[in-house]
Design a protein around this ligand. Structure first.
Ligand SMILES: *Cc1c(COP(=O)(O)O)cnc(C)c1O
Length: 377
């Protein structure tokens, strides 16, 4: 009976343009990738600096592999804390301009651990409507009352703050993953301070890209020491994997006692932690800085060629219907370009889009190809 209803639900999803499939990919996910045996120009990656294959990260991972082996053996409170975890966390704190940081096996696990640790029953979590699934899930899991404000609507947020009870935690992304726009961080900080609320900012798509040291939007706005919880991942511009939260020493000590996805989960692989650490160090080198500069040059040149605008390397190309978005993605694929269709439930129904991301690894000629192909589709 279960099988029948799963099967009929799957058929309904596929019929309405919401079917999903894992497509076999050969080799690694660089600027050109081979999917289903076909070579494509990749405009769907979050590897914004093209660092996932950088020799410096590979080397650090290899050294850690030889030194520690592949796994960290147990949760970090059980056997002990590897030096590479400690080094990664102090580097992350310095990078983010905070007293301390804690790393998790993924960004998703970070949100699921952190939000329920800091709020619970009787408290209120207030989320921007476009917040990532892990933030929504973390909020629900916390048992706190969950409230949502329309994307970027500070007046609505203020009304919620006036009406809400218990500890109040405002949650937002700094650069929104599917829309590419920026949250009004300054105004959010002013508001949360006025109402004595806490602010948690997910910098998944800003880390490595924004700010003088490329630490993210909080650094760029000079707000690092006024945001209680700065979270993010090592998996996007940093080309590695794992998540982190950065904040005060007290917060981090508290999370070590309370964040269940930290306490009851095996420590991140030392190989991966070493690559994340190398990525942060690499960002501070001349080459790292040049990569970020190249990324922004590519963003500007795509804007000029295509007429689209974005505050980030993420460009949502609106398509409306799910079926239309799939067709457009298929057309692009036929001309050798990968720009994946993003559909419900990742974005609201009827707001399907192609999500194009630029990286530092793209060449001008490739960006031209993309712009021309988009004009035709
Ligand atoms: C990707 C992403 C995450 C999850 O990070 P992972 O390390 O991939 O689990 C969290 N928040 C946002 C906004 C993201 O885009």
């Amino acid at each position: 009976m279960g099988l029948n209803s799963w099967e009929s639900e799957l058929q309904a999803l596929r019929a309405s343009g919401l079917g999903r499939k894992l497509v076999p990919m050969e080799g690694s996910a660089g600027v050109t990738i081979t999917r289903n045996g076909k070579r494509l120009l990749n405009f769907s990656s979050n590897d914004y600096l093209g660092s996932a294959n950088h020799p410096r990260l590979r080397e650090a991972a290899t050294v850690a592999l030889k030194k520690y082996g592949t796994g960290s053996g147990a949760a970090r409170l059980i056997c002990g804390n590897l030096k590479v975890h400690e080094e990664l966390e102090s580097a992350t704190a310095r990078f983010k301009g905070t007293e301390a940081a804690l790393s998790f096996s993924s960004g998703y696990a970070t949100a699921l651990g952190v939000i329920p640790a800091v709020v619970g029953k009787g408290d209120t979590v207030i989320l921007d409507k476009l917040s990532h699934a892990c933030l929504i899930d973390g909020a629900r899991l916390s048992g706190a009352t969950v409230r949502v404000f329309p994307h970027g609507d500070l007046n609505y947020l203020e009304k919620l703050l006036q009406k809400s009870e218990g500890k109040r935690l405002i949650v937002t992304e700094s650069i929104f993953s599917m829309d590419g726009d920026a949250a009004p961080l300054k105004e959010l900080v002013t508001l949360k301070e006025r109402y004595g609320a806490w602010l948690m900012v997910d910098e998944a798509h800003a880390t490595g890209i924004f700010g003088k040291r490329h630490a993210g939007c909080a650094e760029a706005a000079g707000l690092s020491n006024r945001i209680e919880l700065q979270m993010g991942t090592y998996s996007k511009a940093l080309g590695s994997a794992g998540g982190y939260v950065a904040g005060s020493r007290t917060l981090i000590d508290y999370l070590v006692h309370r964040a269940r996805s930290f306490i009851y989960s095996t420590g991140p692989s030392p190989v991966v932690a070493a690559a994340s650490l190398a990525a942060i160090q690499w960002l501070g080198t001349e080459e790292g800085r040049a990569r970020v500069k190249k990324l922004w040059e590519n963003v500007r040149s795509f804007e000029k060629l295509s007429g689209f605008r974005s505050a980030s390397p993420i460009f949502p190309i609106p398509m409306g219907g799910e079926v239309r978005a799939l067709e457009a993605a298929k057309e692009l694929e036929e001309s050798g370009i990968l720009a994946v269709a993003i559909r419900y439930p990742t974005v609201p129904r009827g707001k399907a889009r192609l999500r194009v991301t630029l990286t530092a690894a793209h060449e001008k000629a490739q960006i031209k190809l993309l712009s021309n192909a988009l004009r035709r589709s």
